[in-house]
Design a protein around this ligand. Structure first.
Ligand SMILES: [Cu+2]
Length: 388
């Protein structure tokens, strides 16, 4: 067989390595995003630097390996050398990797330290994960809200065509200003979640009982999407993150409007305490609350998932004493996935969903629960606690 010159080997290898690195780098959908913050850009360039170093090492190691296999093949009568314990070689293969590791650790440490530095922030947002939604609270602003998946159940079930932002859309996006340093405080109400927005290079676990910190400073206005990145239960794939980054002026305007909106909602909730709604009205709004909040576990047909989530249909709670039903919705049930909804829903919404559960799915109790009943329950509970 004709001998392939070393230069040809080298050329072939250079072509293979350059082609593969070029294909994976820059524009490729397989690569990391450069994002829209200084940190995300640093993370990207750090990733590329390490990647190229890995390619260079692969080039040298595999080059030497394939060349040796070919050059010193048995058919050519090659005879293996016999030597043991070469101090020179051992020193070389220890020192060179150490130098490479240190060269990689220096820029990596710099970026990591910068990512952890939450000092001198312009605003703080507390992010709380829970099964399966995010809660955002703007410190010192009296603005807080839940952010839930907005993709319809029909799209999920394949009845409707899937939209462009399928499973990456929410009802209330987090709104942030550009050019301001935003500090995030992250925690969780139940299990470990992880708040991840690739464009910001922010990915932090939210852990019950702990507060984690992160920060971002966005360069460009836009809509940025992310997801929960920690397997957190059945609907883990249904708790996306959407961030609207606005100019400073637009953000200030939004914040003022949001404050007014929240104040109005509080007023409406107070007024609702005296309103008496008909069974039909309660059933109608209760169904909406049920679809948005309860169906993810208890299912749209109220049959639950045997062994995981109890059925509402024919359940002893939904057909039994009203007080116990109110209690479980308001306070949740410790040790189970059933959350306390007192702070998540208004009293009217709680009243409506209880009425709905007691009359839908063939439960037909005929019971009507009003917002005032929920208020009486929580007041009584507060009174009991104070007595204790
Ligand atoms: Cu999660």
């Amino acid at each position: 067989m004709k001998r392939i010159p070393f230069t040809v080997w080298l050329t072939l290898e250079v072509i293979a390595v350059t082609w593969s690195t070029h294909t994976l780098a820059e524009e490729s959908a397989l690569n990391m995003t450069q994002g829209v913050t200084q940190i995300s850009s640093e993370v990207y360039h750090l990733h590329m630097l390490i990647f190229y170093i890995c390619c260079a090492i692969a080039f040298v190691v595999f080059g030497a390996m394939f060349y040796s296999i070919y050059k010193h093949r048995k058919s050519k009568g090659a005879v293996a050398a016999h030597f043991h314990e070469s101090t020179k070689v051992e020193v070389i293969w220890t020192v060179i990797p150490i130098i490479i590791l240190i060269a990689m650790a220096i820029p990596a440490t710099k970026t990591l330290v910068a990512m952890e530095d939450t000092s001198q922030s312009d605003l703080t947002v507390k992010i709380t994960g829970s099964q399966w939604k995010w809660h955002y609270s703007y410190f010192g602003q009296d603005v807080e809200f839940f952010s839930l998946l907005a993709t319809s159940q029909n799209q999920i079930d394949g009845i409707e065509e899937k939209g462009a932002n399928y499973l990456l859309e929410v009802d209330n996006p987090l709104v942030l200003p550009i050019n301001r340093k935003v500090r995030f405080l992250m925690t969780s109400d139940d299990v470990i979640h992880s708040w991840w927005v690739p464009d910001f290079a922010v990915k932090k676990d939210t852990i019950p009982g702990f507060i984690n910190e992160a920060w971002t400073k966005i360069d460009q206005p836009g809509v940025y999407r992310g997801q929960c990145a920690e397997l957190c239960g059945r609907a883990h794939g249904f708790m996306p993150i959407v961030v609207h980054a606005m100019t400073e002026a637009d953000y200030d305007k939004w914040l003022a409007e949001k404050k007014a909106e929240i104040a109005q909602a509080k007023q409406a909730a107070a007024a609702a305490l005296t309103a008496e709604l008909s069974l039909e009205e309660l059933m109608q709004s209760g169904e909406q609350v049920y679809v948005d909040r309860c169906a993810v576990c208890h299912q749209a047909n109220g049959e639950g998932i045997p062994g995981a989530f109890p059925a509402i249909k024919g359940s002893s709670i939904a057909t039994g004493e009203t007080g116990e039903h109110i209690d479980i919705i308001v306070n949740g049930r410790a040790g189970t996935a059933m959350q306390a909804f007192a702070n998540q829903l208004t009293e009217q919404e709680i009243a409506a969903v209880i009425t709905y559960q007691r009359n839908a799915f063939g439960n037909d109790t005929g019971d009507v629960v009003q917002a005032s009943d929920i208020n009486t329950f929580t007041m009584q509970e507060q009174g009991n606690k104070e007595e204790l």
